[in-house]
Structure formats: C-alpha cells, structure tokens
Design a binder for this molecule. Structure first.
Ligand SMILES: Cc1cc2nc3c(=O)[nH]c(=O)nc-3n(C[C@H](O)[C@H](O)[C@H](O)COP(=O)(O)OP(=O)(O)OC[C@H]3O[C@@H](n4cnc5c(N)ncnc54)[C@H](O)[C@@H]3O)c2cc1C
Length: 224
C-alpha cells in the first residue's frame, strides 16, 4: 500500500449530481482495474473506486454522487492543483484471469466506477473475456458514463451492455438477470453498488442457483 500526494488536475460533471475528479499521478503509480483508493482532503477521507483504466497513464479518475457532505463540497471547491493524499490501492474486485469464463457485472448507479475501469481496460487490451454489464439507474440523466459504455459496446465485440431505467422499467429482477446473462454456467458475477442493492442482487443470484464461489462483491458503504 502506498501513500501519495497527487494534485487535482480536473473535475467535471459526468451525470446529474455526479462529478468526476482527475488526479495527476506519479509515473510509478500502478493499479489493477477495479481497485479503489482512499482520498484524504482537509482532515476527512472517503474510499473511491478508480474509474479510469490502468492504460490512462499519469492520471487517476474517481467519480461520485455529490450528496452534499462537507468532504464532497471540499472536493468540488478546492482550487485545481490542490494536493490530496491518496492511499492505496486496495481491493480485489478485479477481472478473473481465465478468458474462457464469462463475466457478468451488475452495477447500481455510481457502482459503475470500478466496472468502467475494468471494461475500458479490457477493451483497450483487447482481452478475450466475454463480458455483460447489467447497469441499473433511475433514469438516463443519472446514468454515469453511459455514453462511454455504449461506445465500448460498439468497439468491443466481447462486451454487451444491458441497461435498465428503473423509474420506467422497475427494478432489476431475476428474469432480467437471466435474460441478460444468457447461459448462467461458467460465469463469474460481479455485483457492485450500495449495500441495499448488493443485498438484493445477491438474493436474486441465489434464487437463480448461482454458487457463492461464482459471485464477487464490492459494497459502497456510506450509501443506503
Ligand atoms: C470499496 C469502496 C469503494 C467506493 N467507491 C465509491 C465510488 O467510486 N464513488 C462513490 O461515490 N462512493 C464510493 N464509495 C462510498 C464512499 O466512500 C462514500 O461513503 C459515499 O460516497 C458517501 O459519501 P458522502 O460524503 O456523501 O457521505 P456522508 O453523508 O458524509 O456519509 C454518510 C454516512 O456514511 C458514513 N460513511 C462514509 N463513508 C463511509 C465508509 N467508507 N464506510 C462506512 N461508513 C461510511 C458517514 O460517517 C455517514 O454516517 C465507496 C466505498 C467503498 C467501501
């Protein structure tokens, strides 16, 4: 685990009430797609999954819902070039190595961040893994990085995007998971989002008789 001082290089909106923050990294900073860092600013800190890809050299991007906490206000208001302490990287919510095993990601809302990193990285490195993303949001305005994902679906023949807008279509259910995933055998399921969302999706996977050995989780504690 390393302890870095990286300066805030850029910030911009990526969906309704959602911002991305880009930090300039050192040349020796490396991570695996899907990992997270701890960002310290003005005596407070939060965990954020890295949304950029390891192929994006010299930068690290995180994205978050601007829910109004003092920490996030600071991130939005400090001058560019302010240095933050970035600890990490942490976590093993990373793509399995066996390219003959499918990956099905189920991401809720801002839970898309580590999945964006994995899919961007896999597309850039032309990995042979078959990947499906079930991406659930209330509406298109709040669907972070949706355009990127649609672009990669065109670019990468191994990647399929199944988005679900819950205001109009209702929550993701077992039927939607089964139809989107296709053959459920020989698949690793990656579930990421709020603890409530992860719990609900785990129950669906259990109902579909998916083994726990084939499930991986990242819970964004701090969200309901
Ligand atoms: C591995 C991991 C990856 C994450 N990745 C992202 C990401 O990519 N984007 C994103 O927006 N959020 C991510 N989160 C959640 C993030 O760390 C914040 O908790 C969340 O954004 C809410 O922050 P806030 O300042 O709006 O909440 P606040 O309103 O300040 O906090 C809400 C409540 O949660 C508590 N809390 C805050 N952080 C944590 C925590 N980490 N664990 C337990 N309790 C906490 C606070 O004390 C408070 O009671 C991640 C969390 C984890 C554990």
């Amino acid at each position: 685990m390393s302890h870095n001082f990286f300066s805030l290089k850029d910030r911009f909106s990526v969906a309704q009430d959602t911002m991305a923050f880009v930090f300039q990294t050192s040349s020796d900073f490396t991570f695996r797609a899907g990992q997270y860092v701890e960002v310290f600013l003005e005596n407070a800190h939060r965990d954020f999954s890295i949304a950029s890809s390891p192929q994006d050299k010299g930068i690290l991007m995180v994205a978050t819902r601007m829910a109004g906490s003092a920490f996030k206000r600071s991130l939005a208001e400090v001058p560019l070039s302010t240095k933050a302490i970035i600890e990490g990287t942490f976590g093993d919510f990373t793509l399995h190595e066996n390219k003959d095993k499918k990956a099905v990601f189920i991401a809720g809302g801002i839970g898309i961040t580590p999945v964006r990193s994995i899919i961007k990285d896999a597309t850039e490195r032309k990995l042979a893994h078959k990947m499906t993303l079930i991406y659930s949001n209330r509406n298109p305005e709040g669907a972070t990085f949706l355009q990127d994902l649609m672009d990669w679906e065109h670019e990468n023949p191994n990647f399929k995007l199944c988005s679900r807008m819950t205001d109009k279509e209702g929550h993701v259910d077992a039927d939607f998971v089964a139809k989107s995933a296709g053959d459920l055998a020989n698949t690793t399921f990656y579930v990421v989002g709020s603890p409530g969302m992860v719990g609900a999706m785990t129950k669906i996977l259990e109902d579909l008789k998916i083994s726990r050995d084939d499930m991986r989780f990242e819970e964004f504690s701090g969200y309901n």
